[in-house]
Design a protein around this ligand. Structure first.
Ligand code: FES
Length: 115
């Protein structure tokens, strides 16, 4: 169970969507369920249009940090992630701020999503 709060200049105010545990749904699916206007095109980790900035709202070790290979490639091409950030994600489990909403799986942790 997680509260996913979306924040964007496209919206009048921040909106929090409640994601239930065990759904294993993507952040993009969570956004759609709350009618949040996150950009998307391919929904397959290839176009990069769904890039969002994610921060975890707790002091605990972040859970949803696993970068897919597609995220690494697309975010690197878009200049939203550095090679160092990829290494930190792989070696130290430190998640980078920018993610692809269509690839990021929502976990049981509260997050803030900016786009
Ligand atoms: S919608 Fe294309 S990368 Fe997510």
């Amino acid at each position: 169970m997680a509260n996913v709060t979306f924040s964007s200049p496209k919206m009048k105010k921040d909106i929090t969507v409640y994601a239930t545990a065990g759904d294993s749904q993507t952040l993009l699916a969570t956004a759609k369920s709350g009618n949040i206007p996150v950009n998307f095109e391919c929904e397959n980790g290839e176009c990069g249009s769904c890039a969002v900035e994610v921060s975890v709202l707790s002091d605990k070790q972040p859970m949803g940090m696993h970068l897919t290979e597609k995220e690494k490639t697309v975010l690197k091409l878009a200049g939203k992630i550095t090679r160092e950030q990829i290494e930190e994600a792989e070696l130290k489990d430190i998640p980078p701020p920018w993610r692809l909403a269509c690839q990021y799986i929502v976990r049981a942790e509260d997050i803030l999503v900016k786009f």
